[in-house]
Write a protein that binds this ligand. Structure first.
Ligand code: NAD
Length: 349
Protein backbone atom coordinates (compact mmCIF):
# COMPACT_ATOMS: atom_id res chain seq x y z
CA UNK A 1 0.00 0.00 0.00
CA UNK A 2 1.32 3.42 -0.91
CA UNK A 3 0.19 6.28 1.33
CA UNK A 4 0.28 9.75 -0.20
CA UNK A 5 -0.34 12.68 2.16
CA UNK A 6 -2.23 15.72 0.91
CA UNK A 7 -0.72 18.56 2.95
CA UNK A 8 -3.53 20.98 3.64
CA UNK A 9 -2.96 21.96 7.27
CA UNK A 10 -6.01 21.14 9.33
CA UNK A 11 -7.70 19.76 6.21
CA UNK A 12 -4.80 17.37 5.46
CA UNK A 13 -5.72 13.82 4.48
CA UNK A 14 -4.26 10.54 3.24
CA UNK A 15 -4.67 8.87 -0.12
CA UNK A 16 -4.21 5.09 0.03
CA UNK A 17 -3.15 3.59 -3.29
CA UNK A 18 -2.72 -0.06 -4.16
CA UNK A 19 -4.33 -3.37 -5.07
CA UNK A 20 -7.07 -4.21 -2.56
CA UNK A 21 -6.90 -0.76 -0.92
CA UNK A 22 -10.70 -0.70 -0.53
CA UNK A 23 -10.34 -3.22 2.28
CA UNK A 24 -8.64 -0.45 4.30
CA UNK A 25 -11.85 1.60 4.32
CA UNK A 26 -12.92 0.68 7.87
CA UNK A 27 -9.52 1.56 9.30
CA UNK A 28 -9.39 4.80 7.28
CA UNK A 29 -12.88 5.76 8.49
CA UNK A 30 -11.85 5.04 12.09
CA UNK A 31 -8.66 7.07 11.71
CA UNK A 32 -9.75 9.96 9.52
CA UNK A 33 -13.32 10.73 10.53
CA UNK A 34 -14.21 12.41 13.82
CA UNK A 35 -14.99 9.78 16.45
CA UNK A 36 -18.43 11.30 16.77
CA UNK A 37 -19.36 9.82 13.36
CA UNK A 38 -22.09 7.27 13.97
CA UNK A 39 -23.30 6.30 10.53
CA UNK A 40 -22.17 6.43 6.93
CA UNK A 41 -24.17 6.93 3.72
CA UNK A 42 -22.44 4.99 0.94
CA UNK A 43 -23.14 6.86 -2.32
CA UNK A 44 -22.43 4.71 -5.36
CA UNK A 45 -23.66 3.41 -8.70
CA UNK A 46 -24.70 -0.09 -9.67
CA UNK A 47 -21.09 -1.26 -9.89
CA UNK A 48 -21.15 -4.45 -7.86
CA UNK A 49 -18.40 -3.03 -5.66
CA UNK A 50 -18.94 -3.80 -1.98
CA UNK A 51 -17.28 -1.73 0.73
CA UNK A 52 -17.34 -1.97 4.50
CA UNK A 53 -16.96 1.36 6.30
CA UNK A 54 -16.88 -0.47 9.64
CA UNK A 55 -19.82 1.47 11.08
CA UNK A 56 -23.57 1.35 10.52
CA UNK A 57 -24.21 2.26 6.89
CA UNK A 58 -26.82 2.41 4.18
CA UNK A 59 -26.23 2.43 0.41
CA UNK A 60 -27.65 5.18 -1.82
CA UNK A 61 -27.41 4.30 -5.50
CA UNK A 62 -27.37 7.04 -8.14
CA UNK A 63 -27.67 6.57 -11.92
CA UNK A 64 -24.66 6.57 -14.28
CA UNK A 65 -23.87 9.20 -16.90
CA UNK A 66 -23.29 12.93 -17.09
CA UNK A 67 -27.06 13.63 -17.37
CA UNK A 68 -27.46 12.33 -13.82
CA UNK A 69 -24.67 14.59 -12.56
CA UNK A 70 -27.33 17.11 -11.63
CA UNK A 71 -28.97 19.15 -8.92
CA UNK A 72 -31.89 16.70 -9.11
CA UNK A 73 -29.59 13.82 -8.15
CA UNK A 74 -28.12 15.86 -5.29
CA UNK A 75 -31.61 16.75 -4.07
CA UNK A 76 -32.72 13.11 -4.21
CA UNK A 77 -29.61 12.08 -2.27
CA UNK A 78 -30.06 14.73 0.40
CA UNK A 79 -33.73 13.77 0.78
CA UNK A 80 -32.60 10.18 1.23
CA UNK A 81 -30.08 11.26 3.86
CA UNK A 82 -32.80 13.21 5.68
CA UNK A 83 -35.30 10.34 5.56
CA UNK A 84 -32.65 8.10 7.10
CA UNK A 85 -32.28 10.73 9.81
CA UNK A 86 -28.68 11.65 9.04
CA UNK A 87 -27.30 14.45 11.18
CA UNK A 88 -24.14 16.50 11.33
CA UNK A 89 -22.55 13.59 13.15
CA UNK A 90 -22.79 11.29 10.14
CA UNK A 91 -20.64 11.06 7.01
CA UNK A 92 -20.65 10.10 3.32
CA UNK A 93 -18.47 7.54 1.56
CA UNK A 94 -18.57 8.00 -2.23
CA UNK A 95 -17.69 4.82 -4.17
CA UNK A 96 -17.29 5.28 -7.91
CA UNK A 97 -15.66 7.28 -10.67
CA UNK A 98 -15.40 11.06 -10.97
CA UNK A 99 -19.14 11.41 -11.45
CA UNK A 100 -19.90 9.75 -8.12
CA UNK A 101 -17.17 11.52 -6.14
CA UNK A 102 -18.22 14.89 -7.65
CA UNK A 103 -21.91 14.33 -6.79
CA UNK A 104 -21.31 12.57 -3.47
CA UNK A 105 -18.76 15.20 -2.45
CA UNK A 106 -21.14 18.00 -3.38
CA UNK A 107 -24.05 16.44 -1.47
CA UNK A 108 -21.77 15.98 1.58
CA UNK A 109 -20.63 19.60 1.34
CA UNK A 110 -24.15 21.02 1.49
CA UNK A 111 -26.07 18.51 3.62
CA UNK A 112 -26.49 20.08 7.07
CA UNK A 113 -24.06 22.76 5.82
CA UNK A 114 -21.35 20.15 5.35
CA UNK A 115 -20.54 16.69 6.68
CA UNK A 116 -17.32 14.70 6.12
CA UNK A 117 -16.78 12.61 2.99
CA UNK A 118 -14.36 9.82 2.10
CA UNK A 119 -13.85 8.87 -1.54
CA UNK A 120 -13.27 5.32 -2.79
CA UNK A 121 -12.31 6.01 -6.38
CA UNK A 122 -12.96 3.27 -8.91
CA UNK A 123 -11.82 4.68 -12.28
CA UNK A 124 -8.39 5.63 -13.57
CA UNK A 125 -9.49 9.25 -14.15
CA UNK A 126 -11.02 9.38 -10.70
CA UNK A 127 -7.95 8.00 -8.96
CA UNK A 128 -5.42 10.30 -10.60
CA UNK A 129 -7.60 13.38 -10.80
CA UNK A 130 -11.25 13.73 -9.76
CA UNK A 131 -11.06 12.22 -6.27
CA UNK A 132 -8.07 14.35 -5.22
CA UNK A 133 -8.23 18.06 -4.48
CA UNK A 134 -11.69 18.71 -3.12
CA UNK A 135 -13.45 20.08 -6.19
CA UNK A 136 -17.06 18.89 -6.30
CA UNK A 137 -19.83 19.78 -8.69
CA UNK A 138 -22.79 19.08 -10.87
CA UNK A 139 -23.87 20.12 -14.35
CA UNK A 140 -26.65 22.50 -15.36
CA UNK A 141 -28.47 22.49 -18.70
CA UNK A 142 -26.31 25.57 -19.43
CA UNK A 143 -22.99 23.80 -18.99
CA UNK A 144 -20.78 21.32 -17.17
CA UNK A 145 -19.70 21.68 -13.54
CA UNK A 146 -21.33 25.10 -13.18
CA UNK A 147 -22.43 24.48 -9.59
CA UNK A 148 -20.06 23.11 -7.00
CA UNK A 149 -17.94 23.59 -3.93
CA UNK A 150 -14.43 23.11 -2.63
CA UNK A 151 -14.88 20.38 -0.05
CA UNK A 152 -11.82 18.35 0.85
CA UNK A 153 -12.41 14.68 1.57
CA UNK A 154 -11.24 13.28 4.91
CA UNK A 155 -9.45 10.49 3.06
CA UNK A 156 -9.26 8.84 -0.35
CA UNK A 157 -8.82 5.22 -1.41
CA UNK A 158 -7.54 4.30 -4.88
CA UNK A 159 -7.89 0.54 -5.21
CA UNK A 160 -6.05 -0.37 -8.40
CA UNK A 161 -7.68 -3.84 -8.48
CA UNK A 162 -10.95 -2.10 -9.34
CA UNK A 163 -9.45 -0.81 -12.58
CA UNK A 164 -9.49 -4.34 -14.03
CA UNK A 165 -13.23 -4.14 -14.74
CA UNK A 166 -13.12 -0.71 -16.38
CA UNK A 167 -14.53 -0.69 -19.92
CA UNK A 168 -11.71 -0.04 -22.46
CA UNK A 169 -13.10 3.41 -23.33
CA UNK A 170 -13.02 4.51 -19.69
CA UNK A 171 -9.49 3.19 -19.37
CA UNK A 172 -8.36 5.21 -22.38
CA UNK A 173 -10.10 8.25 -21.02
CA UNK A 174 -7.88 8.09 -17.94
CA UNK A 175 -4.71 7.32 -19.91
CA UNK A 176 -4.58 10.79 -21.51
CA UNK A 177 -4.49 12.37 -18.07
CA UNK A 178 -1.90 9.82 -16.97
CA UNK A 179 0.29 10.81 -19.93
CA UNK A 180 -0.11 14.47 -18.88
CA UNK A 181 1.39 13.80 -15.44
CA UNK A 182 4.50 12.39 -17.11
CA UNK A 183 5.36 16.01 -17.96
CA UNK A 184 4.35 17.50 -14.63
CA UNK A 185 7.13 15.91 -12.62
CA UNK A 186 6.71 12.16 -13.06
CA UNK A 187 8.01 9.94 -10.31
CA UNK A 188 9.67 11.46 -7.20
CA UNK A 189 12.72 9.21 -7.66
CA UNK A 190 13.15 10.49 -11.17
CA UNK A 191 11.95 7.30 -12.86
CA UNK A 192 9.88 7.73 -16.01
CA UNK A 193 6.22 7.49 -15.09
CA UNK A 194 5.36 5.15 -17.94
CA UNK A 195 7.96 2.63 -16.80
CA UNK A 196 6.28 2.07 -13.41
CA UNK A 197 3.68 -0.51 -12.31
CA UNK A 198 0.13 0.83 -12.43
CA UNK A 199 -0.23 1.37 -8.68
CA UNK A 200 3.04 3.33 -8.65
CA UNK A 201 1.88 5.36 -11.65
CA UNK A 202 -1.37 6.21 -9.89
CA UNK A 203 0.51 7.12 -6.70
CA UNK A 204 2.94 9.33 -8.64
CA UNK A 205 0.01 11.19 -10.24
CA UNK A 206 -1.68 11.57 -6.86
CA UNK A 207 1.55 13.02 -5.43
CA UNK A 208 1.74 15.59 -8.21
CA UNK A 209 -1.91 16.55 -7.91
CA UNK A 210 -1.54 16.71 -4.11
CA UNK A 211 1.41 19.09 -4.42
CA UNK A 212 -0.50 21.35 -6.80
CA UNK A 213 -3.57 21.35 -4.58
CA UNK A 214 -1.51 22.01 -1.45
CA UNK A 215 0.05 25.06 -3.14
CA UNK A 216 -3.19 26.38 -4.61
CA UNK A 217 -6.19 24.83 -2.87
CA UNK A 218 -8.85 27.10 -4.33
CA UNK A 219 -7.45 27.66 -7.79
CA UNK A 220 -6.17 31.11 -7.11
CA UNK A 221 -3.77 30.27 -9.97
CA UNK A 222 -0.87 31.92 -8.19
CA UNK A 223 1.49 30.18 -10.54
CA UNK A 224 5.16 30.68 -11.18
CA UNK A 225 6.78 33.46 -9.23
CA UNK A 226 4.30 33.24 -6.38
CA UNK A 227 6.89 31.32 -4.36
CA UNK A 228 4.19 28.78 -3.56
CA UNK A 229 4.87 26.19 -6.20
CA UNK A 230 2.89 25.51 -9.35
CA UNK A 231 -0.65 26.83 -9.72
CA UNK A 232 -3.52 24.52 -10.49
CA UNK A 233 -3.48 25.65 -14.09
CA UNK A 234 -0.59 23.24 -14.79
CA UNK A 235 -3.17 20.46 -14.46
CA UNK A 236 -4.64 21.92 -17.61
CA UNK A 237 -1.56 20.90 -19.59
CA UNK A 238 -2.72 19.62 -23.00
CA UNK A 239 -6.28 20.80 -22.41
CA UNK A 240 -6.48 23.92 -24.59
CA UNK A 241 -6.54 21.99 -27.86
CA UNK A 242 -8.40 19.11 -26.18
CA UNK A 243 -11.29 21.39 -25.17
CA UNK A 244 -11.35 22.91 -28.67
CA UNK A 245 -11.58 19.44 -30.26
CA UNK A 246 -14.34 18.46 -27.84
CA UNK A 247 -16.28 21.71 -28.33
CA UNK A 248 -16.02 21.37 -32.11
CA UNK A 249 -17.95 18.16 -31.85
CA UNK A 250 -15.69 15.60 -30.24
CA UNK A 251 -15.31 13.68 -33.50
CA UNK A 252 -15.64 10.46 -31.57
CA UNK A 253 -12.65 11.24 -29.38
CA UNK A 254 -12.82 10.60 -25.67
CA UNK A 255 -11.55 13.30 -23.33
CA UNK A 256 -8.30 11.46 -22.59
CA UNK A 257 -7.61 10.95 -26.29
CA UNK A 258 -8.20 14.64 -26.99
CA UNK A 259 -5.81 15.47 -24.12
CA UNK A 260 -3.20 13.19 -25.71
CA UNK A 261 -3.38 15.13 -28.99
CA UNK A 262 -3.32 18.32 -26.92
CA UNK A 263 -0.10 17.26 -25.20
CA UNK A 264 1.67 16.73 -28.51
CA UNK A 265 0.28 20.05 -29.75
CA UNK A 266 1.49 21.84 -26.61
CA UNK A 267 4.95 20.37 -27.17
CA UNK A 268 5.00 21.48 -30.82
CA UNK A 269 3.87 24.96 -29.80
CA UNK A 270 6.52 25.17 -27.08
CA UNK A 271 9.18 24.23 -29.64
CA UNK A 272 7.79 26.81 -32.05
CA UNK A 273 8.31 29.42 -29.32
CA UNK A 274 11.85 28.17 -28.60
CA UNK A 275 10.91 26.96 -25.12
CA UNK A 276 11.87 23.28 -25.63
CA UNK A 277 14.05 21.33 -28.06
CA UNK A 278 13.34 18.56 -30.57
CA UNK A 279 14.24 15.83 -28.08
CA UNK A 280 11.60 17.02 -25.64
CA UNK A 281 8.97 17.06 -28.40
CA UNK A 282 10.03 13.52 -29.32
CA UNK A 283 9.59 12.52 -25.67
CA UNK A 284 6.00 13.80 -25.75
CA UNK A 285 5.34 11.72 -28.87
CA UNK A 286 7.01 8.66 -27.36
CA UNK A 287 4.98 8.83 -24.14
CA UNK A 288 1.66 9.40 -25.91
CA UNK A 289 2.39 6.59 -28.41
CA UNK A 290 3.46 4.35 -25.52
CA UNK A 291 -0.03 4.62 -24.05
CA UNK A 292 -1.40 3.85 -27.51
CA UNK A 293 -3.13 7.23 -27.65
CA UNK A 294 -3.75 9.38 -30.75
CA UNK A 295 -1.39 12.20 -31.78
CA UNK A 296 -3.34 13.81 -34.59
CA UNK A 297 -6.29 16.18 -34.80
CA UNK A 298 -9.27 14.32 -36.28
CA UNK A 299 -9.87 14.95 -39.98
CA UNK A 300 -12.48 17.54 -40.79
CA UNK A 301 -11.54 20.07 -38.15
CA UNK A 302 -10.45 23.39 -39.63
CA UNK A 303 -7.46 25.08 -38.02
CA UNK A 304 -9.22 28.45 -37.85
CA UNK A 305 -12.16 26.95 -36.06
CA UNK A 306 -9.93 25.28 -33.48
CA UNK A 307 -7.86 28.40 -32.84
CA UNK A 308 -11.01 30.50 -32.45
CA UNK A 309 -12.17 27.99 -29.86
CA UNK A 310 -8.92 28.37 -27.86
CA UNK A 311 -10.11 31.82 -26.82
CA UNK A 312 -13.24 30.38 -25.29
CA UNK A 313 -11.33 28.02 -23.03
CA UNK A 314 -12.65 28.71 -19.54
CA UNK A 315 -9.09 29.08 -18.26
CA UNK A 316 -8.47 32.05 -20.57
CA UNK A 317 -7.56 34.95 -18.31
CA UNK A 318 -6.15 37.65 -20.56
CA UNK A 319 -6.12 36.75 -24.18
CA UNK A 320 -5.34 33.09 -24.56
CA UNK A 321 -3.38 31.44 -21.79
CA UNK A 322 -1.55 28.31 -22.88
CA UNK A 323 0.07 25.92 -20.46
CA UNK A 324 3.45 25.11 -21.97
CA UNK A 325 6.61 23.21 -21.18
CA UNK A 326 9.84 25.15 -20.98
CA UNK A 327 13.18 25.51 -19.18
CA UNK A 328 11.35 26.05 -15.87
CA UNK A 329 8.88 23.25 -16.45
CA UNK A 330 5.22 23.49 -17.37
CA UNK A 331 3.74 26.96 -16.75
CA UNK A 332 1.10 29.37 -18.06
CA UNK A 333 2.15 31.41 -21.09
CA UNK A 334 0.28 34.35 -22.59
CA UNK A 335 0.83 36.47 -25.68
CA UNK A 336 1.35 33.57 -28.11
CA UNK A 337 1.20 34.73 -31.74
CA UNK A 338 -1.53 33.21 -33.88
CA UNK A 339 1.08 32.26 -36.52
CA UNK A 340 2.83 30.03 -33.95
CA UNK A 341 -0.47 28.38 -33.05
CA UNK A 342 -1.12 27.69 -36.73
CA UNK A 343 2.38 26.33 -37.41
CA UNK A 344 2.16 23.94 -34.47
CA UNK A 345 -1.29 22.81 -35.56
CA UNK A 346 0.10 21.77 -38.94
CA UNK A 347 2.41 19.33 -37.15
CA UNK A 348 -0.44 17.48 -35.43
CA UNK A 349 -2.29 16.82 -38.68
P1 NAD B 1 -17.61 8.19 -14.47
O1 NAD B 1 -17.58 8.40 -13.02
O2 NAD B 1 -18.83 8.65 -15.19
O3 NAD B 1 -17.38 6.63 -14.75
C1 NAD B 1 -17.39 6.16 -16.08
C2 NAD B 1 -18.21 4.86 -16.20
O4 NAD B 1 -17.49 3.79 -15.60
C3 NAD B 1 -19.54 4.91 -15.49
O5 NAD B 1 -20.50 4.28 -16.28
C4 NAD B 1 -19.30 4.12 -14.22
O6 NAD B 1 -20.47 3.54 -13.71
C5 NAD B 1 -18.31 3.09 -14.67
N1 NAD B 1 -17.39 2.57 -13.65
C6 NAD B 1 -16.87 3.22 -12.60
N2 NAD B 1 -15.99 2.44 -11.94
C7 NAD B 1 -15.98 1.25 -12.58
C8 NAD B 1 -15.26 0.04 -12.38
N3 NAD B 1 -14.34 -0.08 -11.42
N4 NAD B 1 -15.49 -0.98 -13.24
C9 NAD B 1 -16.39 -0.84 -14.26
N5 NAD B 1 -17.09 0.27 -14.50
C10 NAD B 1 -16.88 1.32 -13.67
O7 NAD B 1 -16.38 8.85 -15.23
P2 NAD B 1 -14.92 9.26 -14.76
O8 NAD B 1 -14.13 9.29 -16.01
O9 NAD B 1 -14.43 8.47 -13.62
O10 NAD B 1 -15.13 10.73 -14.23
C11 NAD B 1 -15.62 11.75 -15.07
C12 NAD B 1 -16.24 12.81 -14.21
O11 NAD B 1 -15.25 13.32 -13.32
C13 NAD B 1 -16.78 13.99 -14.99
O12 NAD B 1 -18.06 14.30 -14.50
C14 NAD B 1 -15.80 15.11 -14.68
O13 NAD B 1 -16.40 16.37 -14.71
C15 NAD B 1 -15.33 14.73 -13.31
N6 NAD B 1 -14.00 15.26 -12.94
C16 NAD B 1 -13.88 15.91 -11.77
C17 NAD B 1 -12.65 16.41 -11.38
C18 NAD B 1 -12.49 17.11 -10.05
O14 NAD B 1 -11.43 17.68 -9.78
N7 NAD B 1 -13.49 17.08 -9.22
C19 NAD B 1 -11.52 16.23 -12.20
C20 NAD B 1 -11.68 15.54 -13.39
C21 NAD B 1 -12.94 15.05 -13.76
Amino acid sequence: MIVVPVGLGERAYEVLVGPGARHELASLVARALPDTVRRVAVVTQDLGIEVDPGVEHRTFTIPSGEEAKSMATVEALCSGFARWGMSRRDAVVAVGGGMVTDVGGFAASVYHRGIPVVHVSTTLLGQIDAAIGGKTGVNLAEGKNLVGTFWQPSGVICDTDLLETLPPGEWRSGLGELAKYHFLGGDPDGRALDALAIDEQVAACVRIKAAVVAADEREAALGAGSGRGPGREVLNYGHTLAHAIETAGGYGMRHGEAVAVGLVYAAELARELGRIDDARVAEHRRVVAGYDLPMRVPDGLAGDELIDLFGRDKKALDGITFVLDGPDGVEPVTGVARAAMEAALERVR
